[in-house]
Design a protein around this ligand. Structure first.
Ligand code: UDP
Length: 454
């Protein structure tokens, strides 16, 4: 990538929300900006901090968060968010004041790019008169579904009866009520609504950067452009612009790559539900039985926190391990981008987190979709119905899982999806290559940031 010739190096401060799916795209964005000539500072909670020595090109500011001994599981996420926002505001303000006092040495602060969950950033930036840009780490179509969900709430159409769940929502067809980010049949608790609303409010930010591409999200991006009225820059998929950056918070088991080397092309189903999803013992056993019955080779990430409260590995039955020893590889955490790029991997049984989804379609790997929460339901629907590269599970019992795997891996329908996934891979490559929409948008974003500082 070509660097812009700044007269004086400008600094961009980045503030990620400290969970894997949010830290990864923020670090990638830092790397992209660095390659464009900016100095990069990452203000990062001590909790879940990446190891700064892996990123010598960045300066890290450790934010005291007091999260030691706090329950940071997904079930307690709203409290974690509130805790982080309360505890990090003071330390962040102190750092920024110091940095502004040292601009002669450190370079001028052009702007702060932050994850909108880290609300406190906006408060500090307003006080110090610094421009901010929001980074969206989920697809635009998810944001659009949130906007429509609030309209439905205002019109008192939610909660609605179970019988309505399969009905599609006209404003965001093909999404159905069951795909909405919050359960449409329940009364949504006020604290959840308040958080969602504040997360959607981009406040006084100057622009939005989106880890997506026009080819995936064109229509929602157009709609949101009218809604937000600030420039939107879809410059993704980020990981293709920062291909050599390691972002894993957990140790990667590289042994699985040698195991993949011994498997036939397109034969392995890769199974992983990201960094946060939690399942119960029954679901774990259904998945194990579905994998066993499918007769397909598999690579399964069973991270220790997958099972609520206990180490998931300990609950896998001995007869399952015995029966699948020859064709199964079970590990705690893998180098996922390398796994998806491996020729042996022919399908991804996934929770449909946005990073995982982008990583999969960028390698032409179709998916089996088992969404858990928030944006994952929206993504799963798009994978299946719009982009046509995902199998929607009929049910999450062993029979549904076995059938889903067979459909994706050995049926004609699966072949068509693999072909379509390969076409999407090419479309995404076009977006980031010279003249493509993400490429152009990134150039415009760089100009925009330079103009903020000027
Ligand atoms: N990931 C990984 N190794 C694993 C499982 C996941 O490196 O064994 C990475 C994956 O490549 C992705 C991230 O963890 O970048 C998960 O983010 P995603 O948005 O897919 O889901 P989340 O964890 O936020 O639910």
């Amino acid at each position: 990538m070509e660097k812009l010739g700044f007269e004086r190096r400008q600094r961009v401060v980045l503030v990620p929300f400290p969970f894997q799916g949010h830290i990864t795209p923020m670090l990638q964005l830092g790397s992209i900006f660095h390659s464009k000539g900016f100095s990069i500072t990452i203000a990062q909670t001590k909790f879940n901090s990446p190891n700064p020595s892996n990123y010598p090109e960045f300066t890290f500011l450790p934010l005291s968060d007091n999260l030691d001994n706090y329950d940071t599981s997904f079930c307690n996420m709203l409290n974690v968010i509130s805790f982080v926002n309360t505890n990090c505001e003071g330390p962040f303000e102190d750092y920024m004041v110091q940095m502004l006092g040292e601009e002669d040495v450190q370079g001028e602060v052009a702007c702060i790019v932050y994850d909108p969950i880290m609300n406190f950033v906006n408060v500090v930036a307003n006080k110090l008169n610094l421009p901010t840009i929001v980074l969206k780490t989920t697809p635009a179509t998810y944001m659009q579904s949130q906007v429509v969900m609030f309209q439905l709430l205002e019109e008192k159409l939610i909660p609605l009866p179970e019988s309505q769940l399969q009905v599609s929502i006209p404003q965001i067809h093909p999404l159905r009520f069951k795909d909405l980010p919050l359960p449409a049949t329940d009364k949504i608790p006020q604290d959840v609504l308040d958080f969602t609303q504040s997360y959607m409010d981009i406040k006084s930010s100057s622009a939005i950067i989106w880890n997506t591409a026009n080819t995936l999200d064109h229509y929602p991006l157009q709609q949101l452009q009218q809604h937000f009225r600030v420039p939107i820059f879809p410059i993704g998929p980020f990981h293709k612009l920062a291909p050599n950056l390691t972002t894993s918070l957990m140790e990667e088991d590289n042994g699985c790559l040698s195991w993949l080397d011994k498997q036939a092309p397109n034969s392995v189903i890769y199974v992983s539900f990201g960094s946060l999803a939690i399942i119960d013992e029954n679901a774990l056993l259904e998945i194990a039985r579905g994998l066993a019955k499918s007769e397909q080779p598999f690579l399964w990430v069973v991270r220790p926190s997958l099972l609520n409260g206990s180490n998931a590995m300990d609950f896998l039955p001995e007869d399952f391990k015995e029966r699948t020893r020859e064709r199964g590889c079970i590990v705690k955490w893998v180098p996922q981008r390398k796994v998806l790029a491996h020729p042996a991997v022919g399908g991804f049984f996934s929770h449909c987190g946005w990073n995982s989804t982008l990583e999969s379609i960028c390698e032409g790997v179709p998916l089996i979709c088992m969404p858990f929460f928030t944006d994952q339901m929206v993504i799963a629907r798009y994978m299946n119905y719009v982009w046509k590269v995902g199998v929607e599970l009929e049910n999450v019992l062993e029979s549904g899982i076995e059938k889903g795997i067979r459909t994706l891996m050995v049926s004609e329908e699966g072949k068509v999806m693999r072909k379509r996934a390969f076409e999407m891979k090419l479309e995404l490559e076009q977006c980031i290559n010279g003249g493509g929409s993400s490429y152009e948008s990134l150039d415009q974003l760089v100009e925009f940031i330079v103009s903020l500082a000027g």
